[in-house]
Ligand binder design. Sequence first.
Ligand SMILES: NC(=O)c1ccc[n+]([C@@H]2O[C@H](COP(=O)([O-])OP(=O)(O)OC[C@H]3O[C@@H](n4cnc5c(N)ncnc54)[C@H](O)[C@@H]3O)[C@@H](O)[C@H]2O)c1
Length: 503
Amino acid sequence: MTRTFETVGVVGLGTMGAGIAEVFARAGLRVIGVEADEAALSRGRGHLEGSTGRAVARGRMTAEEQAALLGRIAFTTSRDDLAGADLVVEAIPEVMEFKRGLFADLDRICKPSAVLATNTSSLSVTAIAATTSRPAQVIGMHFFNPAPVMRLVEVVRTVVTEDGLPDEIAGLARRLGKTPVTVGDRAGFVVNRLLLSYLNHACALLETGLASRDDIDAAMRLGVGLPMGPFTLLDLIGLDTSYEVCEVLFRESRERRHAPAPILRELVTAGLLGRKTGRGFHSHDRDAPETAGEPGGRPEISLVGLVGGGPDAATVLEALEAAGFKAAVAEPGDLTPVAEADVVVALSDTPVVELAVRLPRPERLVGLHLVGERVAEVAATVVTSREAAETVRDLVRMIGRTPVRCGDRAGFVVNALLYPYLNDAVRMLEAGYASAADIDAAMRLGCGYPAGPFEMLDAIGIERVRDGLRALYAEYREPSFAPAPLLDQLVTAGVPGIRAHVG
Ligand SMILES: NC(=O)c1ccc[n+]([C@@H]2O[C@H](COP(=O)([O-])OP(=O)(O)OC[C@H]3O[C@@H](n4cnc5c(N)ncnc54)[C@H](O)[C@@H]3O)[C@@H](O)[C@H]2O)c1
């Protein structure tokens, strides 16, 4: 029997619930919005009026359509009003005891055929389902913030979910104009599991002093093309929420890298929760200053040395010559041609400091890694002089890129953050949790990323990522940085890309 979903209850009209109610009402469904008390109900109604009002102001909806949409939503503080709903979506705070209490009530109030859904980001849907007498009809329906805009819905089935129900909920999500991805009940599902691991890792790198907050944010935003850097995103999500999700991931995986970074705890304890409290990693009281510096003056240098070959070295050489610099090039095997250069830029895979110590003046050597079209990481070793590092940063600005300063560690900033994230996606695929196409769609639509992890893997090249992961593992000895066996095998088998082989 296929269910029809015409009347939908939404419990909790906060950040997510108000958006979810709007999404249902936009699609023509009748909505019963339930809040805890009159004050919260009026705030929830305000969210809905504000959001649809902005749509009218932008010409995306007429005033009549707005009135009709709001007319389809009944606002109440009584859960008993949900008795006739075909589906109830819960969006109350992320506290298991609150959710379990609510679901026990909904089970008692709602008609026997009704489906009960949770919008939880990280809690166990199975544990929530177990509080009801209808666990087969309990499912996760995980929307993304802001719900009216973000196209992804993760549909979370448990081991006891009725056959066919995930497809029906996925069908409903499509009717709402969303793209559903159906997954099992594992902490963080697809998006938060991959995203929070990466964000927590960024905190860990910040704590080691590898690079500054702004440099890491700029590297990921301008270099990789993500909509925002990790610290800006953590502030947007809320540091308390991020902390909780990491905690849940850690409880399931017992992997140290999922344990919330100490800096998260410190900021949360200090009440600096991100955008919602005005301050987190960044201050949100005013616009943050741009990290990209002003173009510097022309450094006093007559010869620039370049170590390395390949397209990056050719790009830099061309840009330097176009800017009027004399340049000498050396391969990592013999550094003689650059021995007398005023500053030496290393663009090879050899650790920067290993090259530095082979020069007569090791303090003149600086590592450089071009990222995308707009960023270059500038890595100073323990012996690099300040002048040399500043000169190279000036050169980077002259060739039209934003310099990101970092220490001489494998992967610098970008690859140290990006490659483990890609590896996590491969491990998720290997575990049979979701398909490559679903994981790609989830990260594109749930996070606004320009490409999913498997698309990124193919664009970068699987061998390059595998080798980069090996170098990261050798440096940090973090077990999760070891290349996933599937990645290793595909490289060994000589396949050109991952998506053609995993479907
Ligand atoms: N904020 C996000 O980015 C995001 C994204 C996806 C999922 N989620 C999940 O959505 C859920 C809600 O998160 P949020 O950010 O909207 O929280 P929120 O604090 O903005 O909203 C929660 C709302 O629930 C109401 N509420 C509390 N107890 C209630 C009760 N017993 N009955 C009815 N209403 C009650 C509160 O008054 C509040 O308006 C959480 O499970 C969260 O993990 C959040």
